[in-house]
Design a protein around this ligand. Structure first.
Ligand code: UDX
Length: 469
């Protein structure tokens, strides 16, 4: 590629901002677009407005030092000034679980308005998670209507789903397992393939980053699969549904193991994980899955399938099992200490997983709700997510937030470990002895139960069938 294409990213969420920053770091001129002035201002100051490991220094470098990334609210104007636009806006759930496409439609409209004024070829790449048929349907049609141009002739169109995990989004962007390119036509896919080639294997001399040293791993062009637009859209849903199902499967088995004295789900998971057809990942039993993707995407594909006349049984069970898993945490506490009315329950961890302040669909919300229904008094601690938790309507003002782990545990009747933050993993049996009664429900299996039991902690672990004494 002689001259690197200029790229606009519509939407500055995790996917949009992190991808824009990595492209910028690899020498591309990138512009992150958003309607939110504060977000745009923050990016232009080189400040990350959400917590993501490594993003802050990266933004500082690409925005303030290299000046390769900027942000803007002038969406149409900036699209017009670039060669490629990635659509990375959110696709939230509607009340019935279906996928709300309003932001995607809005983006398509703005791209269309820009293309109406543009002579040159423009490539549009959809990264947002959208139900099958949306790229060729709403997106293509809206762009064509607004621009009076034709896909495949005046502009290219691809769907390239994103698989990055929160907390690891920089690594995942640099080292994806594979790249999926859904293409409207061959030239669109070839063009996007070239862009990815440049991103991963372009002229390394112009990159000033030290990712390969940081991660001890060479950056190479990942395996790439060229598919139809609809296949690419399906890959994203199938991927997230499969992983979510894997978690619900192991949680279901954990509930069985709890009823067999001497059986530990972690050992069972290790046993099946060694079968390379299964593999060991996403087999950690616990309080269930949450986050911005799994719950939303599984529900959206269920709703999509139902609208097409098929009711997907496995996926519905994945959601039902996950819901039950949150309840199971509370049941374990009840089985151990009896009724929870008036009991002080300490919650360690609020965010949906460690390394993020994200509270979206966090299991802690459901767990706390059940506890409040049982009239327990809840005190919670989280190293990052308290401010976000306070904004969650169902729990917000209804619980107390401790400022230290010690304060959270002091005087509690029972403690539920919900998110496996590193600082919780480091706790010793001694730390739990300041509770009124040292009873611990280890919802993420972070502790050595032999040690905890030996030191007098009334320990209960998810998926752990303890032998009768
Ligand atoms: C997920 C997908 O991994 C990613 O590919 C996609 O792009 C977005 O959705 P993310 O939501 O950031 O990423 O989190 P992830 O690390 O996958 O964890 C999701 C949830 O599953 C968390 O609540 C986590 O605690 C839970 N989980 C994960 C388990 O309970 N057990 C496991 O073994 C793995």
């Amino acid at each position: 590629m002689n001259k690197l294409p200029r790229i606009t990213f519509a939407g500055t969420g995790f996917v949009g901002l992190v991808t824009a920053a990595i492209f910028a770091d690899r020498g591309f001129e990138t512009i992150a677009l958003d309607v939110n002035k504060e977000r745009v201002h923050s990016v232009n100051q080189g400040r990350a407005f959400f917590f993501e490991p490594g993003l802050q220094p990266l933004l500082k470098r690409v925005v303030l030092e290299d000046k390769k990334l900027s942000a803007s609210i002038k969406i149409v104007e900036k699209i017009l000034a670039t060669d490629i636009t990635f659509i990375c806006v959110g696709t939230p759930s509607r009340k019935d679980g279906s996928c709300d496409l309003k932001y995607v439609k809005q983006s398509a409209k703005q791209i269309g308005q820009a293309l109406a004024q543009k002579e040159d070829y423009h490539l549009v790449v959809v990264k947002s998670t959208i139900i099958p048929g949306t790229t060729r349907g709403v997106i293509k049609e809206t762009i064509e209507l607004e621009s009076r141009k034709t896909a495949g002739e005046d502009f290219g169109l691809c769907m390239a789903p994103e698989f990055l995990r929160e907390g690891k989004s920089i690594f995942d962007t640099l080292y994806p397992d594979r790249i999926i390119i859904g293409q409207f036509d061959e030239p669109s896919g070839t063009k996007l393939n070239e862009v990815f080639n440049e991103l991963y294997e372009g002229d390394k001399d112009q990159f000033n980053s030290q990712w390969e040293e940081i991660y001890h791993k060479e950056i190479v062009m990942p395996t790439t699969l060229r598919l139809s637009l609809e296949e690419a859209e399906c890959v994203k849903y199938a991927n997230n549904s499969f992983l979510a199902t894997k978690i619900s499967f192991i949680n279901e088995f954990a509930n069985i193991c709890e009823r067999i004295p001497g059986v530990d789900i972690n050992k069972v998971a290790q046993g099946i994980g060694l079968d390379h057809r299964i593999n060991s990942q996403f087999l950690r039993a616990g309080a269930g899955f949450g986050g911005s993707c799994f719950p939303k995407d599984v529900r959206a594909i269920i709703q999509f399938a139902k609208n097409k006349g098929y009711s997907p049984k496995i996926l519905q069970s994945t959601i039902a099992t996950n819901k039950h898993q949150a309840k199971r945490m509370v049941e374990l506490a009840e089985e151990k200490i009896g009724g929870l009315e008036g009991k002080r329950v300490a919650i360690l961890g609020l965010s949906f997983k460690p390394g993020t302040n994200d509270m979206r669909h966090a299991p802690s919300i459901k767990i706390i709700n059940y506890l409040l229904e049982k009239k327990a008094t809840v005190i919670a601690f989280d190293p990052q997510a308290v401010a976000e938790a306070k904004k969650v309507k169902e729990i917000g003002e209804n619980i107390t937030y401790a400022t230290t782990i010690k304060e959270c545990l002091k005087g509690a009747d029972v403690c539920l470990l919900v998110t496996e933050w590193q600082e919780f993993k480091e706790l010793q049996p001694e730390d739990f002895k300041q509770m009124k009664t040292p009873t611990l429900i280890d919802g993420r299996r972070v502790y050595d139960y032999h040690d905890f039991l030996a030191q007098g902690i009334d320990y209960v672990g998810v998926g752990l069938g303890l032998k009768e004494e």
